[in-house]
Design a protein around this ligand. Sequence first.
Ligand code: USQ
Length: 392
Amino acid sequence: MRVFIAGVDGYLGWSLAQHLARRGHTIGGADALLRRVWVDEMGSVSAIPIVPLDERLAAFSEHFDQQLQFFALDVLDHSALRTALAEFQPDTVVHLAECPSAPYSMIDFHHADFVQRNNVSGTLSLLFAMRDQCPEAHLVKLGTMGEYGTPNLDIPEGFFEVEYRGRRERLPFPRQAGSWYHWSKVFDSHSVAFACQLWGLRATDVMQGVVYGTWCNPDTRLNTRLDFDEAFGTALNRFCCQAVISQPLMPYGQGTQKRGFLSLSDSMQCLGLAIDNPPAAGEYRVFNQLREVLSINELALIVRAAGERCGLTPEIRHQDNPRLEDEAHHYCPDSNHLRALGFRPSLPIDEVVRNMIGDLLPYRDRIASYGQRLAPTVRWRASRTVCTESPH
Ligand code: USQ
């Protein structure tokens, strides 16, 4: 298949391009390289160094026997996006070109506004461009498990049956997002569902849990980034970096809050399965994409044990929770659709964590020199600064 990855330079995008190329797909992609800019704005770097895009593309063609057709564009640039899709003629479009950070969206008005415009309008731009340039293509849209929040009910995959005043209906499961970022994904879900209904587009909306893991290759130009700053580092990636530089692992609050998790390679496997098994024209389907549910305390214990096996002595130190989130709650999401398509989780989490620590240890000094970026400063209820001017 011809797969167009919007956001091909990111943590998931760069890994996905390689995963799919290895499976015989022809890859094209677009990126405005904004993730590099945002992490820089947070005063941080990727723990695993990444090379400039032209070097990435050169390595890609050497290893995968194809040129990745790259379009330097922002998906908000609607006419550039239309031209790119017209030229590439994808069978599948994977939309990863969004700002993925809850804390970044909670900094102040400008960041909340930026994240929502970037994500919500970017998705609209892509939907209209697909309608006009490749209406048969399958959209794989990255959503988030965080759209659902933590309701006191089991979480189905997108829809549930409701009975109300004697009538029954299949409705979207309620969304109760916990950050301006997560709300942007909720709006996206509604836009994608509506575009399928309106124009007969076909889409898979992937409610992905928190991803962890490195993606390293002997040819380091193929490595994907791994962030650890408070905005772009996810919990387990941050804990591994903390372990490597002997900083305490930092569960927020009681650490009893639970999330769905999956490794980067399991995420690649799941996205590959969604791509290989497209829905019918007009169908909007939702996959909950996670491997297992764990509490943040369980994560910290896994990282501590893995660190000890690697000769480190990680300590766990709870931190006042900067977020507004339930710390004691029910959490039981369904995730049967991908398993029915053949998803078989790969390595267990403790093995992945040991491998991650091994991949990160050579960069210990690099991570340590940005170690102060691990401390949370963005607070959900009171911002760290009052910015009157937008950085964007
Ligand atoms: N947490 C800690 N300590 C840390 C960092 C996080 O205890 O040092 C806690 C948070 O309070 C939260 C949980 O870990 O309860 C997850 O936080 P996170 O920063 O790993 O993930 P989150 O902000 O939820 O966002 C990440 C990705 C986002 C994706 C989402 C999936 O950045 O793009 O949508 O995971 S989900 O969480 O299922 O919504």
